[in-house]
Ligand binder design. Sequence first.
Ligand code: ATP
Length: 132
Amino acid sequence: MKTLTVSVVTPDGQVLEDDYEMLSCKAENGELGILPGHIPLVAPLTINAVRLKRNNEEDLVAVNGGFLEVRPDKVTILAESAEKASDIDVDRAERAKERAAQLLESNNPDTDVMRAKLALNRAMNRINVAKN
Ligand code: ATP
């Protein structure tokens, strides 16, 4: 089976670098499936799971936006933050979700709604990835 190298990098360092048969993710323009030999591409990503397939198994990474750069033999993801499923602290994400939800429900005019929505999305993405 042909593979491509997938590298996920954040300002804190490299989260993952390994070879996979396929990557799927949600770009701002929609779902993308990347196989080895894909044409070069750069796309902005949403806060979502990146799915990595190899030997009929799937690894999930929670990615907080950023960019995907595709070359025929390599995919690089640059994101503000990213965690492998096994590195996610679910209790922390549940607390972050609760905080963001309370802020959004409070209707306080001082609340930065966009910031709270993004925090909620990050937390829900982490919870979904950890539980998959
Ligand atoms: P929190 O409010 O819990 O800090 P956050 O969404 O504001 O969540 P980020 O600013 O996105 O956190 O990330 C800061 C750092 O903490 C990053 O290195 C990120 O990978 C890590 N991180 C955040 N939440 C979790 C989590 N639930 N489990 C593991 N690592 C996490």
